[in-house]
Design a protein around this ligand. Structure first.
Ligand SMILES: NC(=O)c1ccc[n+]([C@@H]2O[C@H](COP(=O)([O-])OP(=O)(O)OC[C@H]3O[C@@H](n4cnc5c(N)ncnc54)[C@H](O)[C@@H]3O)[C@@H](O)[C@H]2O)c1
Length: 368
């Protein structure tokens, strides 16, 4: 240890900051500065709250998505296909990524059916190199992506000790690691053009733990952290043209992911309503959207009341997230064969296809 450091530690030498403060102010400076900082923060904070309240009352400006190029991962089924239909209606060119070739072809057909511009790419999001390769292909074949919706997700749906390691790995590969690779692939051009939006479809399960969803909840909590840290990182770097939005829905009906969930008190959400809400959040540059919105008021209580209350509440609300064992609900070999039957559509093949979700995407009522 140097003599200087030793003297500083013994209080014989002023520190690097106190050295610059006048002698008479040395004791007072940090307290005065801290008080000024707090007052400034409160004033600025009140300003932001007033602005947000005003925007909520009069309505937020909705940005025009016409001409935007949007990549929707997991766009071959469920929520992804509903978002794709809405974006196409708003004039976006929609690029769908999915491992499920049949679902992808169906959705491309649907989007084109309503007059939209749509491309489908078979991508396995567990494969980083596949993501980078197809991202490059999209850039060359479709153009610069300015809206990225990380929507694909998987769930294992078993008690932790019954979950094979490869399913835990897959949950993290799809639900969070793929977000890193897609963002690394598309963010540079968004920054270069000062125009972009990254949307993370996480879940309420990223804020609240649920039995049988240990891998799912932890991957979604990571997705929430990913969005917040990335947003702060962009703001710290002064990048104003690239936004991020975090979407956290409660359980959704008829997408195929949590078909059988046993949910009390709070009804499962309608998938079309969730898709509408997501598109609204994108158009109004909302940093986060909890669906339904009242969870925003309830969530802070999690840290205020004793744990047994939280445990009772969650176990009462979701007695069983996966009442039917997921492996029992796998499609039959015959159904799986039909699901991967190729069709002559202009789906661009990036990898060999195969259904990845444990349940096949439901053919629910897709509305625009
Ligand atoms: N369904 C719900 O109750 C619910 C609730 C909250 C959040 N979410 C989240 O919303 C998102 C969409 O969920 P959903 O209900 O539409 O699920 P879904 O199972 O219907 O759709 C997921 C899509 O991701 C695709 N996919 C899975 N693994 C893939 C891989 N390795 N590579 C490429 N594509 C892959 C599937 O083929 C499927 O098309 C997910 O991130 C999910 O976690 C769903």
């Amino acid at each position: 240890m140097s003599v200087e450091t030793q003297e500083y530690m013994n209080g014989m030498r002023p520190g690097p900051l106190t050295r610059e403060i006048p002698e008479c102010m040395r004791d007072k400076y940090t307290v005065v500065q801290a008080i000024i900082d707090v007052i400034m923060f409160v004033i600025v904070g009140i300003g932001y709250v007033i602005k947000a309240t005003y925007k909520t009352i009069v309505g937020r400006h909705k940005k025009d998505l016409k001409g935007a190029i949007a990549v929707v991962t997991g766009g071959g089924g469920g929520l992804g296909s509903l978002i794709a239909l809405r974006l196409a209606r708003l004039g976006c060119t929609v690029v769908l990524w999915d491992i499920n070739k049949q679902g992808l072809e169906d959705t491309v057909k649907l989007v084109k059916g309503i007059g939209g511009k749509c491309y489908g790419y078979v991508v396995d999001l567990t494969q980083r190199e596949d993501i980078y390769r197809v991202a490059k292909k999209v850039d060359e074949e479709v153009g610069k992506v300015n809206l990225l919706i990380n929507n694909a997700g998987v769930v294992s749906g078993r008690y932790l000790l019954d979950t094979p390691d490869h399913l835990i790995q897959r949950t993290f590969d799809v639900n969070i690691l793929a977000h890193f690779w897609t963002v690394k692939a598309f963010l540079p051009s968004m920054i270069e053009n000062n125009d972009g939006h990254i949307v993370t479809i996480a879940s309420m399960a990223g804020h609240v733990g649920v039995a049988k969803l240990v891998d799912y909840c932890s991957s979604k909590a990571a997705a929430c952290g990913f969005d917040e840290a990335l947003r702060l990182e962009l703001e710290t770097q002064g990048i104003k043209g690239v936004r991020t939005s975090l979407i956290c829905p409660y359980f959704i009906r008829s997408t195929g992911m949590f078909e059988e969930v046993n949910s009390r008190f709070v009804p499962q959400l309608n998938s079309n309503d969730v898709a509408d809400r997501i598109v609204l959040a994108i158009r109004t540059d909302e940093p986060f959207a909890l669906i339904p919105g009242f969870f925003r008021v309830l969530l802070p209580f999690k840290w205020l009341v004793p744990w047994p209350c939280i445990s009772e509440l969650i176990r009462g609300l979701v007695p069983d997230a996966v009442p039917v064992p997921m492996h029992a609900a796998r499609p039959t070999p015959a159904a799986a064969k039909t699901a991967s039957k190729p069709e002559a559509l202009d789906v661009k093949h990036g990898a060999s296809a195969g259904p990845m979700t444990v349940l096949p995407p439901a053919r629910h009522d897709r509305q625009v």
